[in-house]
Design a protein around this ligand. Structure first.
Ligand code: SF4
Ligand code: SF4
Length: 370
């Protein structure tokens, strides 16, 4: 494993962090045995950052991570989880939720505690309104957490505003990959935080898996010297401003693959040509992507039963596979986009700020045959 400096808080953090949002699933529940095996294997190989959150796997992720960190594993890794700020409707909710999380994780202390998925609305109506920074500091004084941070999904000016709002952020977590260089916080946000000494964690390095199996025309731009996954991860590790990247691993094979890539990683590892190639791949991608869905599933369940990310995946494929093929795939979907009632329950949950009800109309128009 390669270790990197993490802002001003930790000198040696593993280049790869274990994200527990896409653990293996069986019968709609986490396959505990396999998930624990994967997490422990990663730690045995040197991973020292495990990241979960209150809503992951409908609340099961924190419990399974807690079990994985038994038997001496807690001492070998930093543990991160996130405060579900959307659940906070009065100041006392903060401590109640934190205590519930400590209980589910079966730990005395969380090392890295993040205010989850901040955007302008949550920043104004949750963080400021309910004094959540003060509550984070109190939790630290009480020994329940060690480091204070936030994860972010909104535009760059909002990111800068949040960074500048509080002098003592230890770290933050942003979406970044070779496609999202100028989206949300992006490259400019990464550098902005780094220059202020704030450690930056990268999420969505593979854009919800899209960069693992890129569209054919994107794949054709990438040199065969490395796999599409390795190119995507190396792009991130190449930046000195990045502390670590999180990968939401679902199989032992992915764990092994990521461990290998992390062991080969370093700052400045890519040549000028490599960077130009990835820039070209982004240009091709940008002309083809219809919806920026990362398949995080925060929007589910939909009251109409629509599997929103699945519908969007088929829609995105229409730009690559052609309309006829996409229509065939669309026909196979059990519940179609046309069932959308425009209730908009899903939209407030979407970290990519997709106007889902509007896109459902576009999908229905483009792909519905009958
Ligand atoms: S707006 Fe449409 S897709 Fe979203 S939750 Fe409502 S019915 Fe489902
Ligand atoms: S539509 Fe938004 S919330 Fe739903 S899976 Fe895609 S990115 Fe996530």
């Amino acid at each position: 494993m390669n270790y990197r400096k993490f802002g001003n808080v930790v000198n040696e953090i593993s280049a790869l962090g274990f994200g527990a949002m896409r653990l293996p699933v069986e019968d709609n529940h986490i396959n505990e045995k396999e998930a624990i095996k994967m997490i422990r294997h990663a730690i045995d190989a040197g991973v020292n950052y495990v990241d979960t959150a209150y809503p992951y796997h409908q609340g099961e992720s924190e419990i399974v991570v807690g079990k994985a960190l038994k038997d001496g594993y807690r001492e070998k890794t930093y543990l991160a989880t996130k405060c579900p700020v959307w659940e906070i409707n009065k100041e006392e909710d903060f401590e109640r939720l934190l205590d519930e999380q400590l209980d589910k994780l079966q730990v005395e202390k969380i090392d890295f505690y993040l205010l989850h998925a901040l955007d302008k609305d949550r920043f104004e109506n949750k963080i400021k309104k309910f004094n959540l920074i003060k509550h984070m500091e109190e939790a630290r004084e009480a020994g329940k957490i060690s480091y204070i941070g936030f994860s972010f999904h909104d535009e760059l000016p909002v990111f800068k505003e949040i960074i500048d709002y509080y002098e003592n952020w230890d770290f933050c977590q942003i979406q970044f990959n070779y496609i999202n260089t100028d989206y949300q916080a992006g490259l400019e946000g990464l550098k902005y935080a780094y220059e202020k000494g704030i450690g930056v964690i990268i999420m969505e390095p593979l854009l919800g898996g899209k960069l693992a199996n890129p569209y054919e025309n994107v794949a054709s731009v990438l040199s065969k010297e490395k796999s599409p996954v390795e190119w995507a991860l190396d792009y991130i590790w190449n930046h000195k401003e990045v502390a670590l990247l999180l990968s939401g691993m679902s199989t032992m094979e992915q764990v092994e693959q990521n461990l290998l890539y992390a062991s080969r990683s370093s700052v400045g590892m890519l040549s000028e040509e490599n960077i130009a190639m990835l820039k070209k791949a982004k240009e091709v991608f940008d002309t083809k992507a219809l919806v920026r869905c990362t398949k995080c599933e925060y929007c589910l369940p939909c009251p109409a039963g629509i599997n929103i990310p699945e519908v969007f995946e088929v829609y995105n494929k229409s730009a690559v596979l052609g309309e006829e093929k996409a229509k065939e795939l669309y026909e196979e979907l059990e519940i179609k986009a046309s069932e959308c009632m425009s209730c908009r329950h899903c939209e407030g949950e979407c970290p990519q700020h997709i106007i889902i009800s509007e896109v459902m109309k576009d999908v229905s128009e483009a792909l519905q045959t009958a």
